[in-house]
Design a protein around this ligand. Structure first.
Ligand code: NAD
Length: 303
């Protein structure tokens, strides 16, 4: 590492605590804050548990993390601020206006929004802060998944964009540059295009949710770690890719309203693993086992 930086992470939930862990594991000095005292109080324990799960010593990482009593305290000497607050435009806008007033004038300001255009979040910021404002979209769990989408707006200083990119490379991440600030960036646009078709297949009685997962995990998904979809197009040959594209694309769902299936399940209180049932039923042992298998798989792939 070139030089340890002061990193402020705002929001200590699922993503925030993992992002704090990733910076701290690289030797940076991290201050983490959250308006919910219970979530903040458990952040270090959750980081310790993550490190235990992946067989890494906790002490050197925890020694680099301080729990800050407020947002202002967390950002006051920050070189980089990463926001991981709820996915609500008004919350993020208000938070960044306060961050801009409290952080040093050189600090890079980054939002971990999943899909909200960065430009919309930064609309109220003073021009000097807008030039230091960008998106860094991490993936869960952030200390294991390498990808971070770095998103620039038309106001982002190109030097700041590059500096954030380089910092993530130093962290051992695999950042990519997103040059146009579009809703959902790259990864979630791809992911949700697939999900729309999956929900449509289930709604139309073609198969059930379990079959979707069997098809993806045992079929084209099994190739993804070594063969991306664009590489696959080259592998099968572009004439075949075009022939299949021309036949299948006009048949795919292009539905714009929210998925009927998703809305029905939510209305029934079936919210996924956290409520014991979503698209299928989950015991707490089954959901813990899936999480453990995922960690192990990602560890094998990337460490
Ligand atoms: N969950 C994922 O897989 C995932 C992946 C990539 C990006 N994201 C994005 O990361 C962000 C955080 O998501 P999460 O899954 O960690 O949510 P989460 O609900 O687990 O955590 C959000 C935290 O923000 C705190 N918070 C509320 N108001 C705040 C404020 N004003 N300032 C600071 N913190 C505040 C909450 O108390 C909570 O602890 C969202 O924008 C989400 O879309 C999530």
């Amino acid at each position: 590492m070139k030089q340890p930086l002061n990193i402020a992470v705002l929001g200590a939930g699922l993503m925030g605590h993992g992002i704090a862990q990733a910076f701290a594991a690289s030797g940076h000095s991290v201050a983490i804050s959250d308006p919910d005292p219970n979530i903040l109080a458990s952040a270090l324990q959750r980081i310790e548990a993550n490190l235990r799960d992946i067989g890494k010593p906790a002490e050197p990482v925890l020694a680099n993390i301080a729990v800050a009593p407020s947002m202002a305290a967390a950002v006051k000497s920050a070189d980089v601020v990463v926001e991981a607050a709820p996915e609500k435009l008004d919350v993020k806008r208000k938070l960044f206006s306060e961050v801009a007033a409290n952080a040093p004038p050189h600090a890079i300001l980054a939002s971990n929004t999943s899909v909200i255009p960065i430009t919309r979040i930064g609309e109220g910021l003073p021009p000097a802060a807008r030039a230091r404002f960008l998106g860094t979209h991490w993936w869960n769990p952030p200390y294991l998944v390498p990808l971070v989408e770095v998103v620039r707006t038309e106001y982002t200083d190109p030097e700041v964009f590059q500096r954030m990119f380089d910092l993530l490379v130093e962290l051992g991440k695999r950042p990519v540059k997103v040059h146009r600030d579009i809703t959902g960036f790259i990864g979630n646009r791809l992911q949700y295009a697939l999900w729309r078709e999956a929900f449509s297949l289930i709604e139309n009685g073609v198969c059930d949710a379990e079959t979707i997962d069997i098809v993806v995990k045992n079929g084209f998904g099994s190739r993804y770690p070594v063969l991306g979809p664009m590489e696959n197009a080259d592998l099968i040959g572009l004439e075949l890719a075009r022939d299949i594209y021309d036949i299948v694309i006009p048949e795919l769902s292009n539905s714009r309203p929210p998925s009927r299936l998703l809305s029905e399940r939510i209305e029934q209180g079936n919210l996924g693993m956290k409520s014991g049932e979503g698209l299928r039923a989950w015991t707490s042992e089954e959901s813990s086992a899936v999480r453990r298998r995922l960690s192990r798989h990602l560890l094998n792939l990337f460490t």
